[in-house]
Each structure stands twice: as structure tokens, then as C-alpha cells.
Design a protein around this ligand. Structure first.
Ligand SMILES: Nc1nc2c(ncn2[C@@H]2O[C@H](COP(=O)(O)OP(=O)(O)OP(=O)(O)O)[C@@H](O)[C@H]2O)c(=O)[nH]1
Length: 937
């Protein structure tokens, strides 16, 4: 410190303070504390005052060191102390100026009582100097150095420091720091780091890396560095930096020295004190970082010396942490590590590549999500995107292409698992593995003409086969019930008539496996019988005919069989494949046989379902119960529904609160083909609504809401049903190829005549399919059938019933009313034409005569032509005619007017034509251009 004096005759407090990067007030406080009288910042500091202050710093530092040593003992290590020549050299190199040294020393000493760190920091120079000299300093020095290094690194980074270069630099810094730190130990290190805005600051932060470095290169430095931090500075980071510095050790000096020299370091030190300041990368005061590299050599030397330091430094750094900590501390700097570490010493820690081999993508992802999936920093991904020309933020959504591109860039495979749109769940059904499918009870619907005995039959089966197995069981109406025969269950939909059947089908729900058509043997085939057959056929459901009331004397089953042959229901004994069962619902005769036949058909059809998945089904009925609230009777068709399951039914959602079966028994779960009544809905769904269980109620609600929106939109939207007006368009769009027709006429004769005529309409590629023809007004049932089957209704001399009209409006079913057969034919025929695939005809648009032929390399033959008729168009097809013979037919490759491409060239103009893959063009040839035009039939 006397050196200071050398500089000036009189050293004033403020100057001294400044040299230490401290405030005058601080120095005054210290002076007062150690009993040296002082007035103000202008007071002169005698040598002994300076010595006293220095001593004070030393004491403080010594205390601090003692504490540390207590923990790590590093600093104390003689080895460390050996700082040796190397250190010295380094330091020396660094501190060319005596002043600096002084400063350094001061710094070293400084370890401000209060914050050792700050003090240290401040005394950059002093430290350095000390560092060099003192063995212990070695440690500290290293610490500092590291910082320096780091800073260097940082800068380097910014600057693009070479690793080696960095090291070197680091070294340089270290060198400086080294000196300092040794003394200051932790402080200095810190100080430097902090203060040095750039070099140091950065250095420190990074120093963290040191793990590697620390260990390696600069272990010594690292050690020191550690201390630096150890001193309590937040700057721990700096310490880290030092660690690196350590590596650079040798280098540092050189580098450090050169550029930074003690001064720098001091500066740094000063700054370093306040890590905070870091932010403001101090003008780096002189930190010309890079230069340092060169010094690498020195650094090496230092290294040796440093080793010991490392220990110390580490200890310090970590304070409580074991050597490993350093790493951690440094870590912060880790980035640097890579750099610092590389230093010669230890091989840089191999970077653990935890990039996944494959990621599963279920849709678009944000940059952040993708980065996470790839185990990368979002910033890295953003950077990559930048290189791809995309400015993205972490929350930016990436489409699948972008995701795949980025993933492939990382060599990561992308597995797409795009979930189907869950809100349209009725359109998608999970595919089950064959082995997961188990036999399930068939679901049977009973249909027939009024009073033919449907209800009686259902009741008979229920009473006979339901309560039988459930003695005392209370049966209740839940829209369906299960009967048991031969140990096998059969589910009957007991909704009378075919309303449920058809309305469900109109909603896209196919709940029925088998249809039983009841025909009273004493009455015969009646309109609704025929209608029922039409429905069943449209739904492609197997039919079993139950000839009922055979107990009646006037019953004539054979007549029924006979009549039904007209509807393609031919009994097996007559060579057909329709099962006929003679029964008496009232007398309960033939019921077992009927059930057996149902099971037989079921066996043939192999009705199966996977019970081990979430429940999926259809609402059979629903109502608002005064006591229970909304109640839905649901037929579970797949999976198993459990109490507590959340679900969506149509546009409603809920959570199964309670579940009862048709016997009134509470169930905890219900498997395939089981009808259940559930409570827990928020609203009342509609019959035919699809039902699906979801993992949670929140999701169910979201899906239901989405479905409600979609439903509203579709109601407002275009008509999806087939109409004659739209037929052509729909056909063109490939939506239909058959025109389904339902005929209702005033008399059977008209209906038959119309049916026969329509079926004879012969339009290529399309046909009329009569789904049902009957006599009477157009009923709601007709409309529903039309709706379910995407058919049109033709009314001949009849009108629709009011309800039918309403339903038709609602369901957007096209009803055509006529009174003249040929008008019907004409209308249908015209519409049918739209069903045909368009035909084309060739239209010649022009001819050109070849006047010259030019051979162009790599292009081929170009015909210099004169358009002699019409025009030649670039996108037309062409044929080459030679002496009346077509020698080529293909496309025009190019069409030019002079040197410019032409879209078309008209008659009387010259042009150049080349033909696609054809070069054998000769003068006198005729090139004929033609196009294919669509022709309406
Ligand atoms: N003799 C006799 N009468 C029967 C038989 N089955 C039903 N009936 C009677 O036929 C009448 C009509 O029977 P339902 O079961 O109501 O007929 P449905 O087809 O359900 O009638 P709708 O519900 O009006 O469509 C009732 O009086 C029954 O008692 C049977 O096998 N033999």
C-alpha cells in the first residue's frame, strides 16, 4: 500500500477509498473504528493509517479465511499457498504496476468487514497482487481469476471467444484475479467478478461452469473462485467464473495481465463487489478480454499452483456444499463450463443427451410444449425456428408439419396420435381387437300392424321369461328389458310400434339387431306390416316373422306366409331364409321357440362387443321425472357403464348418480346390451341420442357444449337430406348413387304403377330404389323412414298429414306431390341424370400447319406453325395428323409467340409449338388442338 504513497505525496481518504473502490465514508468509518483520527474525505492518510486499514482488512480476511478453512480448509492448504512462482508470475504479469498491486493487496485485505466480498471486490488490484504472492492467494487468486475468466468467457461468448481463447483469457483474468483472490480469497474473486462489468461479471456468472473447469483446469482457479463466492457474495457465480479462470490460470495471466492487468482486475474487483451491478456490464473497464488467449501457457503454469486452490476455492464456494457444489454454483454458469472446462485439464463433462428418440404428437403444440417434449430449451427451439425463417414465441402454436420438421432436425421420430374429434363420437367407434370381443345379448325390436299383438307379445315374454328368473322382482318400464332363455339373455326394446326404431335410426343410431314382425294370423299383412318390413330392410336388420294369434280359430298362418313372399320374406320350408314362428302371445304359445329362433339368428350373426372399455350406447327414452330430475333410459352397446361415470348423451352431459335395470334393481355397472335407467343428467336428452362415457365431467361438459353448438349450426346449415333439387349436386359430390324413394298413393293400383314405372327408369350409373310403397296419406312414419334412409317421398294423389309435414320440415325430407304419373317420371328422370357420372366429348378448337421444324438441344423439335383455323390453346390437348393419319395424340408442351409463352394463339398467327414427348414433327403436319367438354345427359 505504500505504493500508493509513492504515487502521491499525500494520500487523501477519498483517494485511498477510490483506490479501493470504496466510499470515503467507509474508509472514514474504518479509520475511526481502528482509532485513527480522521475528519473527512480530504483528510490525509499517513502510511501508518494506510497500514492500519490494511491490517484491518487483513484481519477481517483472516477471520473469514479461518472460518472457511474451518469448513473447507482449502485456503489454508500449504499447497495452495504455494501459489508459487506461477502465481506470482501470473499476478506479476497482471500487476505490472505497483499501484495496482497495492490496490490488489488492499482488496485482498479489504474483504470488507461488512461484506468481505464487497471489499474484496473493490480491491481488485490489491488482491491480485496478493494473490500472486501469497500462497493462499493462489486460491483466492484463482477465484478471482476465474471470475475474470468467466467474464472473459462471457465476453468471449459474446465476442465469440474461442474456447481455448477463453481459457486463456480466463487465464489472464485469473492471473489477475488469482493474485487477488488468493488473498481476498472469496472476496476478491467475487469482487472481481462483480465489478468487472463485462469480463468479470460475466466471468463470474459463468464461472459456474467450473464444474468442469473447476475440476479441471482451474481447479485451482476454481478453488479460488469458489471462495470468492464463498465469501458470501451472491456472486457465487463469479466464484464460478474464477473456477474457470483457474483453468485458464496460466492463460489468464498472460491474457489477463496484458489487458486487464492489475488494474482491470481491480476494477473488476470493485465492481464485482456488487453483483448487482453486473447487469450493467460495466464498460468492462479495460477489459479487453480476448487478448488473453495467448497466455495460455502461463496459465498452465498457474494451473499447477492452482490445483491446491481449487480445493480451497471449492470449499469456499460451496460453503456448505461439497466440492461438487462448485459445479453447481458454477453451474449457473454452466454454459460457460463447457467453455471453461474444455481447458486442457479435464475433458469437458460429456453433455448428457436426453433427447428422446420418439415423441407422441396428438395435435398442434406450442413451441414451449414441443421444447419440453424434446427436452430442449424453448429458446433453442425458437432459435431453430428462426433459422427456418419463422419468428416464434414460446406460446406460438406449431402445426404438425412444423413439429415434424423440428423433431426431425433433432433426429426425433414423431408418432402421430391425433385423437378423433371427440365431439363427433357417434361417427367414430374405437376398433376392438378380435380377442377383446365377447358375445353379447341380441337386441330385438318388435314391430307390426296395429292390434296384431306387439304389446301382448312383449308382455308375455317379459312375464314368462323375465320375472321367472327374478322371482318377486319388480319389472318397470325402462324402454327395454332383458329376457332369459336357455341361460342366454335377449334384450327387447319394448317401445311399442316402430317409432323408436325409426326415430332412432333417423338419428343415426342403430340399436336393433333383430326385428320381429308380428302379423296376426287372423288378419294378414296390413299396411303397417309392410311399412315395418320396409323399415327393417332399410336398416338391414334380420327379420323374424311371428305369426300371432294362432290360437284363434280363423287363424291362417300359411296365408300370412303366402302374402309375405311378396315382400321377399320367404319361409325356410318354402326355400327361403326367413324364420316364421307361429305363436299366441295371449296364450303364451310358441314363445320359447320364438326365443330360440332369436338366439339362433344371434348365433349366426355373432353379436359381440368389448365390455372392457368406456361405455357407449344410445338413449332409448328420456324424460324429466319429478322426483329424480332428468332420467334417461340407455341401452349400453359397448363397454361398461359404471356409477360415477361422466358421460355425454346427445347434447346433454352428466355423471351417473344411480343406475337401475328393468327389474328395478340398482346396478353398479352395466355391460353391453344392457338397458338401464340412469339419473345424474343435467338435461333431458332425446331418444336416439348417442351416449358415451368420458373420463371426467369437465370434459363431458365441454363435449356436450361443443355438440350443442354443432347441432345448432347444422340445423341452420344446409340440408343434408337428399332432395330432387339438390340431387344433382349431391350426386356430383359423390354423396349418393341410389335415389331412395318412398311412394304413397291414393290407391294400391297407382302405387304399383308408379313403383313399376320408377323402377324401370334406366339411367346409366344410377337407379331408383323403392324403399316402401303404400296407400294413404304421407305419414310421419313415412317421413321418418325417409329421413333415416335419406330418401324422398312421392305422394301420388295424396297429401301429407300435418304432423308428417312438420316432421318433414324439421328433418328436411323432400316430399313431392303429383297427380300425373308421367310428370313424376319426368321429374325423377331429370334428377336422376344428375346421378350419372359426367360424360365428355371432344371439341376441336383449332388447327395449325407446321411450316418449319427447329431442333433445339435439350428441348427437342419445335414446330413453327401457322394457325389455320380456330385457335391453339396452351392447355389444350393435341394430335398430330400427317396425311390424314393421326400419328400422335397428347399434350402441347409449349406454345410460344416469338419468344414469349402464349396462352393461346388465334387463326392467322404464327406460333411455335412443341409436343409433349414427341419430336417427330415434319413440315406439312397438322397439329389439331382439342379439349374435352362435359356433356349433360
Ligand atoms: N286371441 C289372441 N288375442 C291376442 C293375441 N295377442 C294379442 N291379442 C289381442 O289383440 C289385441 C291387441 O293386442 P296388442 O298387444 O295391444 O296389440 P298391439 O300390436 O300392441 O297394438 P297397438 O299397441 O295398438 O299397436 C289385444 O286385445 C290382445 O289381447 C293372441 O295371441 N291371441
Amino acid at each position: 500500500m505504500t505504493k500508493q504513497d509513492n504515487n502521491k505525496d499525500k494520500l487523501r481518504v477519498y483517494e485511498y477509498a477510490k483506490s479501493l473502490n470504496m466510499s470515503s465514508k467507509e474508509i472514514i468509518t474504518i479509520l475511526k473504528r481502528i482509532g485513527i483520527p480522521v475528519n473527512n474525505h480530504m483528510s490525509v492518510m499517513e502510511n501508518d493509517a494506510v497500514d492500519s486499514v490494511e491490517k484491518f482488512f487483513k484481519d477481517v480476511k483472516a477471520n473469514a479465511a479461518a472460518k472457511r478453512d474451518g469448513g473447507s480448509g482449502a485456503g489454508a492448504k500449504p499447497q495452495d499457498k504455494q501459489p508459487r512462482n506461477d502465481n506470482k508470475q501470473q499476478t506479476v504479469a497482471v500487476q505490472p504496476k505497483p499501484e495496482q498491486r497495492q490496490q490488489a493487496q488492499v482488496q485482498a485485505a479489504t474483504p470488507r468487514p461488512a461484506d468481505g466480498s464487497s471489499q474484496t471486490d473493490r480491491r481488485p488490484q490489491g488482491q491480485q497482487g496478493q494473490g500472486e504472492q501469497r500462497s493462499s492467494q493462489g486460491q483466492g487468486g484463482s477465484g478471482q481469476q476465474r471470475q475474470g475468466d468467466r467474464q472473459g468467457y462471457d465476453r468471449n461468448r459474446g465476442q465469440g471467444q474461442g474456447q481455448s481463447g477463453q481459457n486463456n483469457r480466463g487465464g489472464g483474468y485469473q492471473g489477475q484475479g488469482g493474485g487477488q483472490s488468493n488473498r481476498g480469497g472469496g472476496y476478491q474473486g467475487q469482487g472481481q467478478g462483480d465489478r468487472r462489468p463485462q469480463g468479470q461479471g460475466g466471468g463470474q456468472g459463468y464461472g459456474g461452469n467450473p464444474n468442469n473447469r473447476g475440476g479441471q483446469q482451474g481447479s485451482s482457479g476454481g478453488g479460488q473462485g469458489s471462495r470468492g463466492p464463498g465469501q458470501g457474495r451472491p456472486q457465487g457465480g463469479q466464484g464460478a467464473g474464477q473456477g474457470q479462470g483457474g483453468q485458464g490460470g496460466g492463460q489468464r495471466r498472460s491474457g489477463g495481465f496484458e489487458q486487464r492487468s492489475g488494474n482491470n482486475s481491480s476494477n473488476n474487483g470493485n465492481r464485482s463487489n456488487d453483483n448487482n451491478r453486473f447487469s450493467a456490464p460495466a464498460p468492462s473497464r479495460q477489459f479487453t478480454p480476448p487478448a488473453i488467449d495467448a497466455d495460455g501457457d502461463d496459465a498452465n503454469k498457474n494451473k499447477a499452483a492452482k490445483k491446491p486452490r481449487q480445493n480451497q476455492s471449492q470449499k469456499r464456494f460451496d460453503d456448505n456444499k461439497p466440492g461438487g457444489n462448485r459445479g453447481s454454483q458454477f453451474r449457473g454458469n454452466s454454459r460457460n463450463q463447457g467453455r471453461g472446462g474444455r481447458n486442457q485439464q479435464e475433458a469437458p463433462k460429456p453433455k448428457i443427451d436426453n433427447t428422446p428418440k420418439k415423441i407422441i404428437v396428438r395435435g398442434t403444440m406450442t413451441v414451449g410444449e414441443l421444447a419440453k417434449a424434446l427436452h430442449k430449451d424453448a429458446s433453442e427451439v425458437i432459435k431453430k425456428l428462426l433459422f427456418l425463417g419463422v419468428m416464434a414465441t414460446i406460446n406460438q402454436e406449431l402445426d404438425l408439419d412444423a413439429i415434424q420438421l423440428l423433431a426431425s432436425d433433432y433426429g426425433v421420430e414423431v408418432e402421430l396420435k391425433i385423437p378423433v374429434e371427440e365431439d363427433k363420437f357417434e361417427q367414430f367407434e374405437e376398433k376392438d381387437e378380435e380377442e377383446d370381443l365377447l358375445e353379447r345379448p341380441p337386441v330385438v325390436t318388435i314391430m307390426g300392424h296395429v292390434d296384431h299383438g306387439k304389446t301382448t307379445l312383449l308382455d308375455a315374454i317379459r312375464k314368462t321369461n323375465v320375472t321367472e328368473g327374478e322371482a318377486g322382482g319388480i319389472t318397470q318400464h325402462i324402454g327395454a328389458y332383458q329376457a332369459e332363455t336357455n341361460g342366454k339373455k335377449i334384450t327387447f326394446l319394448d317401445t311399442p310400434g316402430h317409432e323408436a326404431f325409426t326415430s332412432m335410426r333417423a338419428r343415426g343410431a342403430q340399436v336393433t339387431d333383430i326385428t320381429i314382425i308380428v302379423v296376426a294370423a287372423d288378419d294378414g299383412v296390413m299396411p303397417q306390416t309392410i311399412e315395418a318390413i320396409a323399415h327393417a330392410k332399410a336398416a338391414k336388420v334380420p327379420i323374424i316373422v311371428a305369426v300371432n294369434k294362432i290360437d284363434k280359430p280363423e287363424a291362417n298362418p300359411d296365408r300370412i306366409k303366402q302374402e309375405l313372399t311378396e315382400y321377399e320374406l320367404v319361409p325356410e320350408e318354402w326355400g327361403g331364409d326367413t324364420i316364421f314362428c307361429n305363436i299366441s302371445a295371449k296364450q303364451r304359445m310358441g314363445l320359447d321357440n320364438l326365443l330360440d329362433m332369436i338366439l339362433l339368428v344371434a348365433e349366426v350373426q355373432e353379436f359381440k362387443a368389448n365390455p372392457n372399455k368406456r361405455a357407449r350406447g344410445t338413449v332409448i327414452e328420456a324424460e324429466l321425472d319429478k322426483g329424480k330430475g332428468p332420467v334417461a333410459r340407455v341401452l349400453i352397446q359397448h363397454g361398461t357403464l359404471k356409477v360415477g361415470d361422466s358421460f355425454v348423451a346427445g347434447v346433454c352431459f352428466g355423471r351417473v348418480r344411480a343406475m337401475v335395470n328393468d327389474k328395478g334393481k340398482r346396478l353398479k355397472e352395466a355391460g353391453p346390451s344392457t338397458p338401464v335407467e340412469i339419473t345424474g343428467l343435467t338435461e333431458v336428452p332425446q331418444a336416439g341420442d348417442p351416449f358415451l362415457a368420458f373420463e371426467d365431467e369437465r370434459k363431458a361438459r365441454a363435449i356436450a357444449e361443443k355438440r350443442a353448438v354443432t347441432l345448432r349450426q347444422s340445423e341452420m346449415g344446409a340440408n343434408a337430406r337428399v332432395t330432387l333439387d339438390e340431387l344433382y349436386k349431391q350426386i356430383k359430390e359423390g354423396e349418393i348413387k341410389d335415389l331412395n324413394v318412398i311412394i304413397k298413393a291414393d290407391v294400391q293400383g297407382s302405387a304399383e304403377a308408379l313403383k313399376g314405372s320408377l323402377e324401370k327408369i334406366d339411367v346409366e350409373g344410377a337407379r331408383v330404389k323403392i324403399l316402401h310403397s303404400g296407400v294413404g296419406a304421407v305419414t310421419e312414419s313415412d317421413v321418418i323412414l325417409a329421413s333415416a334412409s335419406n330418401a324422398i317421398v312421392i305422394g301420388f294423389n295424396v297429401r301429407p298429414e300435418p304432423q308428417a309435414k312438420n316432421t318433414a320440415d324439421q328433418e328436411k325430407v323432400d316430399i313431392r306431390l303429383h297427380s300425373i304419373i308421367y310428370k313424376v317420371m319426368e321429374e325423377i328422370e331429370q334428377a336422376m341424370k344428375g346421378l350419372l357420372d359426367p360424360t365428355f366429348k371432344e371439341v376441336v378448337i383449332g388447327q395449325a400447319e407446321v411450316r418449319n421444324v427447329f431442333k433445339v438441344t435439350k428441348v427437342g423439335s419445335i414446330a413453327g406453325c401457322m394457325v389455320i383455323s380456330g385457335k391453339i390453346a396452351r392447355n389444350a390437348e393435341a394430335r398430330l395428323i400427317r396425311a390424314g393419319i393421326v400419328v400422335y395424340e397428347g399434350k402441347i408442351d409449349s406454345l410460344k409467340r416469338f419468344k414469349d409463352d402464349a396462352k393461346e394463339v388465334a387463326q392467322g398467327y404464327e406460333c411455335g409449338i412443341s409436343l409433349d414427348k414427341f419430336n417427330d414433327i415434319k413440315e406439312g403436319d397438322i397439329i389439331e388442338a382439342f379439349v374435352m367438354e362435359t356433356v349433360e345427359r
